[in-house]
Write a new protein. Structure first.
Length: 228
């Protein structure tokens, strides 16, 4: 049975057609389906909506890593995926559909293809864990061109099995989880220092965190206390 540990998917609405939603998914554990998208027209079936395009493949194989952010124009959307080597594929979603990818080869080759990656709220940074190692990677992102640059490793010999990442709403802090022995540890990395030896604090015994994909918490969420 195929599975995706995170059930990674993003739904996006284009500025050109408010009735069409694009749903992007990655297959679990580097499966053959890779990165796909489907479209849903919410006006069909009397307003209940129905699938128009289903599982249109964009690339394979991929890591589970998948995230999205707005283009510099504030309306189009970059959807970022990561192949099983060291290349990142940025697809621009516009009112006319999905573009050919902007490919940046940068950073390390993933040891294990599971986990999450996330854009910062401003869309100017991308964070990605490398499970099977002891580091997370941080990149600059040009949300006008779709290219990555300035790879930086945030590492510590104790950070075994890095798995999940999320930025604080301000973008100053990166929250990252690693799982050395099934217990889970949550890190808070202060990125404002601009060095590879960012100050960090940690919260131990967060086993549940290894089973959740970090998401920016909604207003009033109990997770809001974790972010500043």
């Amino acid at each position: 049975m195929e599975y995706n540990f995170f059930s990674i998917g993003y739904d996006c609405k284009t500025a050109g057609n408010a009735n069409i939603y694009y749903i992007f998914t990655t297959d679990g554990v580097g499966g053959a389906k890779g990165l796909c998208y489907s479209t849903v027209d919410v006006t069909l079936l009397g307003g209940l909506g129905n699938v128009v395009i289903k599982n249109q493949q964009l690339m394979t194989p991929t890591c589970e890593h998948l995230t999205a952010t707005y283009h510099a124009n504030g309306s189009d959307i970059w959807v970022m995926a990561h192949n099983t080597a060291s290349s990142y594929y940025a697809y621009l979603l516009t009112s006319t559909g999905v573009s050919a990818p902007v490919i940046t080869t940068i950073g390390s080759i993933p040891s294990i293809v599971q986990g999450s990656m996330k854009f910062s709220p401003a869309g100017d940074h991308l964070a990605c864990p490398n499970q099977g190692t002891t580091f997370f990677e941080l990149f600059d992102f040009d949300h006008a061109t779709g290219t990555l640059s300035n790879a930086m490793q945030l590492s510590n010999a104790a950070w075994m099995q890095p798995f999940s990442v999320e930025f604080s709403p301000s973008g100053r802090y990166l929250y990252a989880a690693y799982d050395p022995s099934g217990n889970g540890v949550l890190l808070q990395l202060d990125l404002s220092l601009g060095t590879q030896s960012c100050n960090y604090g940690q919260r131990n015994d967060c086993r549940k965190l290894q089973h959740e994909l970090f998401r920016q918490p909604p207003t009033g969420s109990r997770r809001k206390a974790l972010c500043r």
